[in-house]
Structures are given as structure tokens and as C-alpha cells.
Design a protein around this ligand. Structure first.
Ligand code: HEM
Length: 187
């Protein structure tokens, strides 16, 4: 059996906190975008699409990294349903965080109202012919995926604090940059 580490390695911690921070900022400030005037929207989307592209890049790296580097195992106090729920949660977050920028890029390629140039560098509008119907489909998928992602992120944060404050185990500590973990807290 492959032995599990006691804590996440520093690359996993960097990937976790950078993707988490950018994704939460984008989920919070993404909603309400479509009520802004077109010129303001175009300016904001220039940054939004650039940061989203960065999330896609980091998620591809993260997925590959996760397949090659086992995370720490469940802590000794975790029940079977908690272990199953946490596995399901982590793979769902990985999938939704990959799907979110992909739907965004597809929407950007087909959008008809304005041109989308990520960070002023990558012109997504040039990649396909404008198509209102396809843009609408990917707009809906991008919005629905964002809603489900927001709910799962909230549950994920709640679970981390539940482990730390109620179960008093090392689950949150082992993901913190300077977190200290106990050797006997793993099952
Ligand atoms: C993790 C990455 C991303 C997150 C969390 C995110 C989040 C959001 C959210 C919450 C909305 C509002 C949805 C709605 O209210 O219907 C939105 C809209 C949008 N996003 Fe993203 N997004 C991401 C990546 C991207 C990428 C990579 C692109 C394009 C390259 C993109 C392009 C857009 C566009 C064009 C809109 C609609 C703006 C409009 O209504 O005119 N997004 N995004």
C-alpha cells in the first residue's frame, strides 16, 4: 500500500490557495456583470477572462499534480460517510473548476455584443464566427456551473471549519501554509 503524507506538499498548498482565492473573487464579482453597460462590461471582462484563463491553466496543472501526488489520508476521527463525502466533494470541485473557464471561453468565442480579449492579449472572439444561439447556451452553462460551484465552495469552507472547530482535527491545519500537524491524527 502507498503511504500517505501527513500534510499537503507546498505545491499542492500553492495551487489550492491561488485557485481558491481567484475563483472566489470571480464568483463574487462575476454575478451582476450582465446588467452593466457594454463598454464597462467589456473592460471588466478583459480582466475576468484573463484571470479565468489563469484558473484553467492552474487547474490543468493541479489535476495532473493530484494524480501523481497522493494527499494525506482521512483523519482518525472521520466516519465512512465523511470520507466518501469528502472524496466526492474534491473531485466535483476539480471538475467544476475546469468546466467553468471552458464554458467561459466557449461563450467568449461566440459572443456577438462585444470583443473579448483576455488581459488584452488573447483574442477569444477571433477563434470562431459570432453565433448568438451558441453564445446563449454557453452563457447559461457558465452561469449554472457558477451557481453550483458557489454552493459547493460554501459547503467546502463550512466543512473545513467544522473539522477545525468542532472535530478539532488536523484537516484544515495540514492545508495551511505554516500549519503544524500531529503524527497520530491519520487513520
Ligand atoms: C474560474 C473561472 C471563472 C469564474 C469563477 C467565472 C465566473 C463568472 C460568473 C459568476 C459570471 C456571471 C454569470 C451569470 O450571472 O450568468 C460570469 C460571466 C461571464 N464570464 Fe466568467 N468565470 C470564469 C472564467 C471565465 C473565462 C475564462 C471567460 C472567457 C474567456 C469568461 C467569460 C465570461 C463572460 C463573457 C461572462 C458574461 C458577461 C456578460 O454577461 O456579458 N469567464 N463568469
Amino acid at each position: 500500500m502507498t503511504s500517505r503524507p501527513l500534510a499537503h506538499n507546498s505545491t499542492s498548498k500553492w495551487l489550492h490557495w491561488s485557485v481558491g482565492t481567484i475563483a472566489i473573487i470571480m464568483l463574487v464579482f462575476g454575478s451582476g456583470l450582465d446588467s452593466l453597460p457594454i463598454d464597462q462590461r467589456q473592460q471588466i471582462i478583459m480582466g475576468h477572462s484573463g484571470l479565468g484563463t489563469l484558473v484553467l491553466l492552474l487547474m490543468v496543472i493541479r489535476w495532473r499534480w493530484r494524480l501523481k501526488n497522493l494527499p494525506p489520508g482521512p483523519t482518525s476521527n472521520m466516519k465512512r460517510w465523511q470520507i466518501l463525502a469528502s472524496n466526492w466533494m474534491h473531485w466535483s470541485l476539480y471538475s467544476l473548476l475546469l468546466a467553468q473557464p471552458i464554458f467561459g471561453i466557449l461563450q467568449a468565442m461566440y459572443i456577438t455584443e462585444y470583443e473579448i480579449v483576455a488581459f488584452g492579449l488573447i483574442n477569444y472572439s477571433d477563434l470562431a464566427t459570432d453565433n448568438q444561439a451558441k453564445a446563449q447556451i454557453f452563457h447559461i452553462l457558465h452561469g449554472v456551473n457558477a451557481t453550483v460551484l458557489s454552493i459547493l465552495v460554501l459547503i467546502h469552507i463550512f466543512a473545513a471549519f467544522y473539522h477545525h472547530l468542532i472535530q478539532k482535527d488536523d484537516v484544515l491545519r495540514r492545508m495551511l501554509p505554516l500549519g503544524k500537524v500531529r503524527k497520530n491524527d491519520i487513520s
